[in-house]
Design a protein around this ligand. Structure first.
Ligand code: NAP
Length: 283
C-alpha cells in the first residue's frame, strides 16, 4: 500500500462537510433563520485564541455568524453568569461555546448547570452529558464527535471492533467511549494507572490516543493491522505541531493512521458548526 493511502486525513473530511453545511446554512437562511455562534472566552490563553480563530473562520466559510465575547481573567461569578444568562435568552444566538478551564474564582459546576442545554454546542451541561450516557440523541462534545466523523468518512468499521481509548477525561476519553458504544464498538478505556497498555493496544483493532503526552505511542503498541487515531495536539519550541503518537515510528508499521496536523483537529470546528445549525434548526 502506498504510504499516502494509509493516511486518514481530517482535512478532506472538513472540506466535504464544510460544503454540505454551507448548503444547510443557506436553506436555514432562506427560511428566515440566521445561525449564530457565541464564543465566551475568559483571559488570553494562546490555545484558546488559536482555536477561536479557527472556529470563527470555519463559521464564516459556512455562513454562520460568530460573535466573540471576551472577559478579564479577574471576572466574578456573578458577572460571568449575568453574561451567560443574557446569551441564553438572546434568540439570535443558537450556540454558546465557553472555553475551559475557567479561572479558579469561577464555579464551573454552576456555569455548566446554567448554560441552556439547547445552546450547549460542546456538551458541558449536566443535561447533555446525561443524554450522552443514556445514548439519547442530542448535542455532543465536538472533539470526540470529530473522531467518529473521521472514521465514518473513511469507512472505518466500528461495529464489533475492539477499540482502545487511551485517556479518560471528560473532554475526550469518556465521551468518546460513549459515542463508540453507540456505534456498537467494544471499548476499553485506559488511563495512567492501566497495566499492560502495550499489550492491550496491540490486541485492539483501533487505538485512539487522547492522553496529552507528545509522541507517547511508539511501534511497540501496534501491529500491521492496527488503525491509529491521534487526538493529541502539541506545539514544540520551533512551532511544529505533533500528536500523542510518534508518527515517524508508528506510521510505517500500521494499516491506517491519522497525521497531526491534518487529522482529527481539522474536523472539530466542523462538528461545532454542525451543532450550531442543529440548534438553529430547532429554534
Ligand atoms: P487530560 O485531561 O490531560 O487527560 C489525559 C488522560 O490521559 C487522563 O485520563 C490520563 O489518565 C491519561 N493518561 C495520561 N498519561 C497516561 C499514560 N502514560 N498512559 C495512559 N493514560 C494516560 O487531556 P485531554 O483534555 O483529554 O486531552 C488529551 C489530548 O487531546 C491532548 O493532547 C489535547 O491537546 C488533545 N485535544 C485535542 C483536541 C482537538 O481538537 N483535536 C481537543 C481537546 C484536546 P488519568 O485519568 O489516570 O490521569
Amino acid at each position: 500500500m502506498a504510504f499516502e493511502e494509509k493516511l486518514l486525513l481530517g482535512t478532506v473530511v472538513a472540506k466535504t462537510k464544510t460544503e454540505e453545511l454551507s448548503i444547510r446554512t443557506q436553506e436555514l437562511k432562506r427560511g428566515g433563520v440566521i445561525p449564530k455562534l457565541c464564543i465566551m472566552r475568559v483571559g488570553e490563553r494562546p490555545d484558546d485564541i488559536s482555536y477561536e480563530r479557527g472556529a470563527v473562520k470555519r463559521m464564516q466559510n459556512i455562513g454562520i455568524e460568530a460573535e466573540v465575547q471576551t472577559f478579564a481573567q479577574s471576572i466574578t461569578q456573578d458577572e460571568f453568569l449575568q453574561a451567560l444568562e443574557k446569551n441564553n435568552k438572546d434568540e439570535s444566538i443558537h450556540g454558546i461555546l465557553i472555553f475551559m478551564p475557567l479561572p479558579k474564582q469561577l464555579d464551573v459546576d454552576e456555569i455548566k448547570a446554567t448554560i441552556l442545554p439547547s445552546k450547549d454546542v460542546d456538551c458541558i451541561s449536566p443535561a447533555n452529558v446525561a443524554k450522552l450516557l443514556t445514548g439519547e440523541e442530542g448535542l455532543v462534545p465536538c472533539t470526540p464527535m470529530a473522531v467518529i466523523e473521521l472514521m465514518k468518512y473513511h469507512d472505518i468499521e466500528m461495529q464489533g471492533k475492539h477499540v482502545v481509548v487511551i485517556g479518560r477525561s471528560m473532554v475526550v476519553g469518556k465521551p468518546l467511549s460513549m459515542l463508540l458504544l453507540r456505534e456498537n464498538a467494544t471499548v476499553t478505556v485506559c488511563h495512567s494507572k492501566t497495566g499492560g497498555l502495550d499489550r492491550l493496544c496491540r490486541d485492539a483493532d483501533l487505538v485512539v490516543c487522547a492522553l496529552g503526552k507528545s509522541k507517547f505511542l511508539t511501534s511497540k503498541y501496534v501491529n500491521e493491522k492496527s488503525i491509529v487515531i491521534d487526538v493529541g495536539i502539541h506545539v514544540d519550541e520551533e512551532g511544529n505541531m505533533n500528536g500523542d503518537v510518534n508518527f515517524d515510528d508508528v506510521a510505517p508499521v500500521v494499516a491506517k493512521i491519522t497525521p497531526v496536523p491534518r487529522g482529527v483537529g481539522s474536523i472539530t470546528t466542523v462538528v461545532l458548526a454542525k451543532q450550531v445549525l442543529e440548534s438553529a434548526a430547532k429554534a
